[in-house]
Design a protein around this ligand. Structure first.
Ligand SMILES: [Zn+2]
Length: 281
């Protein structure tokens, strides 16, 4: 019985020495791998699914699996909708018992983003759930959506957005992009530091796949409280499946199923170690 809220986990991080990891999962095996990783690390975790991936993993099917996995676990787990774009999907996640939802209004002009995020905040309040918003634009594409260019979050906009929407957590754009990097990212740690000094709201880093250990530590020390990892887990699970089949041409369905759990677990343990989460129960 360890289903908790995002805000609770982020507020439990009292200094800038570690950050909560929020890991995307797309099926039961990935959810199992994520929870095995958190139990092994003796640390809290967030598991999430993005609206852009629901074509592969319908929320009505995967959502209850994620909730059940959290409730059965020994560690605190928040179940989160990542990059919600439509009120319909956000409402469905809340109905299923997700303890937080992200509304990604970053493609809208600021005032429209604020107006829509406030609507989501109001809806989530009815369910006692937390909300993550996004200000500025993280680059790349989430799921099947089109690539967008990076637009670095400004301090004034971040202050205005946090005060107006009262979100539980705020994703900021500081030079990262979703997916695998085509060119080396240039992180704006200076801007992160300024935003963190100006707002109390916990800050979220998207586009974590491909950053170095040093990049992560720089982000954590300068105010990031939640780090999203998606692509690295998908890549790790796929690589583990390929290796299993290459090593044993007769490998069947259950060997592949095990490989997805293992590949996911290994990537998440690696990232939780970098994020400083060992024994952070
Ligand atoms: Zn993202």
């Amino acid at each position: 019985m360890a289903l908790v809220k995002m805000g609770e986990l982020l507020q439990s991080v009292k200094d800038n020495s570690y950050a909560i990891g929020s890991f995307n999962v797309s099926n039961m095996e990935m959810a199992m791998g994520a929870i095995e990783a958190a139990e092994y690390m003796k640390a809290p975790i967030m598991i999430q699914i993005a609206e852009g991936r629901l074509r592969y993993s319908p929320l009505e099917l995967l959502g209850p699996v994620m909730i059940a996995a959290a409730k059965l676990s020994k560690v605190p787990i928040a179940v989160h909708l990542d990059h919600g774009f439509s009120l319909k999907t956000i409402k469905l996640a809340l109905e299923l018992g997700f303890t937080s939802v992200m509304f990604d209004g970053s493609k809208y002009p600021l005032e429209e983003n604020i107006r829509l995020t406030k609507e989501v905040r109001k809806l989530a309040d009815e369910y006692g759930a937390d909300v993550e918003g996004e200000i500025g634009k993280v680059g790349g594409a989430e799921g099947d959506y089109k690539d967008v260019d990076i637009a670095i979050t400004s301090v004034a906009e971040a202050e205005h957005f946090a005060a107006a929407t009262k979100v539980t957590a705020m994703a900021v754009a500081i030079g990262t992009a979703h997916g695998n990097y085509k060119v080396e990212p240039k992180l704006r740690i200076d801007r992160l530091r300024e935003i963190n000094a100006a707002v109390k709201c916990p800050l979220v880093l998207h586009g974590g796949t491909g950053l170095t250990k040093e990049d992560f530590h720089n982000c954590i020390h300068n105010g990031i409280k939640k780090i999203n990892i998606a692509t690295a887990s998908y890549d790790s699970a796929a690589a583990c499946v390929r290796k299993t089949i290459e090593n044993d041409k007769t490998a069947g369905y259950f060997a592949v199923s095990d490989a997805i759990v293992k590949g996911t677990r290994e990537n998440i343990v690696k990232h939780m170690e970098i994020f400083g989460l060992k024994n952070k129960l």
